[in-house]
Design a protein around this ligand. Sequence first.
Ligand SMILES: *Cc1c(COP(=O)(O)O)cnc(C)c1O
Length: 435
Amino acid sequence: MQFRATQLDDSLVSFKDAVLRCLPPGGGLYVPASVTDMRQFFLYMDFNTSYPELVTTVTPGLLQGELNPFSASRVAESAFDFEPELKQLDDSLSVLTLYNGPTGVFKDFGIAFLAAVIEELIKNKGFAMILSAAKGDTGVSIAHAFYKRHGIISVILYPSGPIRGLDPGSFIQNGGNIIPIQIKGTFDDCQRLVAEAIHDRPFADRYGITSANAINVGRLLPQAFYYLYAFIKLKQHLKEDLIFSVPCGNFGNLIAGLYAWKFGIPLSGIIAAMNANNAFGDFIRGKEYSPHPLVTTNSPALDVSQPSNYKRLMAFYQEAPAVMRNMVYPEAVDDQATVAAMEKAWKKYNLILDPHGAVAYAAAERYAKARGDSYGHVVVLATGHPAKQADLVSEILGRELEIPERLRKLRHKTDPAALIDPQLDALQGAIASCV
Ligand SMILES: *Cc1c(COP(=O)(O)O)cnc(C)c1O
């Protein structure tokens, strides 16, 4: 499989190049350039297939010539000591739990695969510096995934404010390979610095700089694997159409679902579940995209007014406008409906959802209601661990939540290795003095 830039540009690059220099020189983002039919690799897998087995089988097929089955097996085994979990709730509804990783959000899946695959790609002949902007617990997920990886240094840029959850024992000054740097500025400043550093060719080449942010297609592609996983777990019970309901913020998860469809899972629709920040609904329905002002809601990971995957969605739209219009169903769920969905999931199924999963569940219910009987089987993506919003979830469900130890640790504050101005030369100086 090769990759192309979303910007008009004819050149194709390998997976390795797309991952190790994750921004195309002419602008835009990388997207798969071709459709790979993966059915021969997963249609005959059965219910008992483990997640690492699935990843080991599918990856060499997808990245033919770039990753052999032995490499793929090493990647899968070293990335995934956690798995998704599919729970069938009734004939027409399942939930795919994606919060079993180290930081309790689905993002752990893409980041863990990326870290393992980069180590494999540079093996014996290279080094890489992973420069990433972090918000929320993403920094912990990145630090966890890249810690002790051979030939790799992970630099994590934080905006102003407390930094939480990192293990100082993993920092470079303590013999580790993680460098947390605080930027006197916003998350946007951090993202801008990552892009500037990658586009400064001599500098990027000297250190082998790439990123673990969602700009890296090597983080997005493996998210398609858990859609395949849900399918192989469910297929023996499937009598009708398969639909996924996905809570959307930056739309990475939704795009990964569309890629999974391209790889050949018999998917008949994806519900794009948004909260009050739903400017993208109109876009999906064919209107010009115009961002709306940001609204704060009880599902904060979906509070995005300008999705960073906009260019990838546009590229998909241009390739397959009919698919986008007929297969992607936008739904907008407000705070009140989100709370009602959490209550309903608990009462009806004894299922505890966090607000993001609840947005997807509410959207799935609406989709079903609008279509009456026999609309198919909907899989709701539970993207976040309920204990991450324990106070809100406890209050709504009227019961205490247990908070796993690994999520408790995310609250500890840590000090950065450096505090710098939001300028590229300051960042370059900080990196040079740490390495
Ligand atoms: C990041 C996140 C989302 C949004 O995913 P996108 O791929 O950005 O659309 C949904 N739920 C949770 C819990 C998240 O952390």
